[in-house]
Design a protein around this ligand. Sequence first.
Ligand SMILES: Cc1cc2nc3c(=O)[nH]c(=O)nc-3n(C[C@H](O)[C@H](O)[C@H](O)COP(=O)(O)O)c2cc1C
Length: 218
Amino acid sequence: MFYETAKNNHGLKYNPFKSCIVPRPIAWITTLNDDGTHNCAPYSFFNGVAADPPMVMYATNGKQPMGNHKDSISNIRKNGEFVVNIVPYSAKDKMNETTAPLSPNESEVEVSKLETKLSKIVSPVRLSISPIHLECKVYKIIDLPSLVSNEYNGMVLGNVVGIHINDDVIDDGKVNLDKIKPLSRLGYLDYSVVDNIFEMHRPEGSPRPDQVKNRKDT
Ligand SMILES: Cc1cc2nc3c(=O)[nH]c(=O)nc-3n(C[C@H](O)[C@H](O)[C@H](O)COP(=O)(O)O)c2cc1C
């Protein structure tokens, strides 16, 4: 089948677009409102975009059912900081709870009784249930087009200024993803989990992807 996205003439029960880009990692994002409310919400239009310096992006789509902008982007616009908490499979139900559209002065962190730890560089907190936290400062916010009037689509690009990795998920100098089993998002209401890892070597002469070359500051 083929369909033109402008016509949306796929003829299927549900829009298949998100099912074509899978699995998407989930950024469980914590931010801080001006009044001290700790916000958290999952975002799966999320990825790393550069390694040196490390940078991430996430995209926010639409507004809350009450008509206000999503709290995460509103808070990020105010103070330029956010934390990406990686979601282990064991936290899937808690993560799902925090997608509820609470008002800006209500905290998903409190409502979902999530324990937190202070971050080292930024002010939003880290979720203790996550084994990996990326402390981020905004690099740029890019407005994106929206086909729905009065809605907002945008992409937040962030510099990762600090990374926490729980010592108990580091084995032999490597992050042991078998212990984390990161959750990922598929289309519809479907999810997947990283639980089948294999190694593949690149052709001879290719640089290792985790090797940093010619770095200015080392
Ligand atoms: C797994 C998952 C992934 C999501 N990904 C996105 C996303 O990429 N972009 C988005 O705008 N909303 C996404 N949502 C919906 C937001 O989590 C939801 O709108 C939430 O209420 C926003 O909270 P906030 O207003 O506190 O930022 C996702 C929800 C779930 C459960």
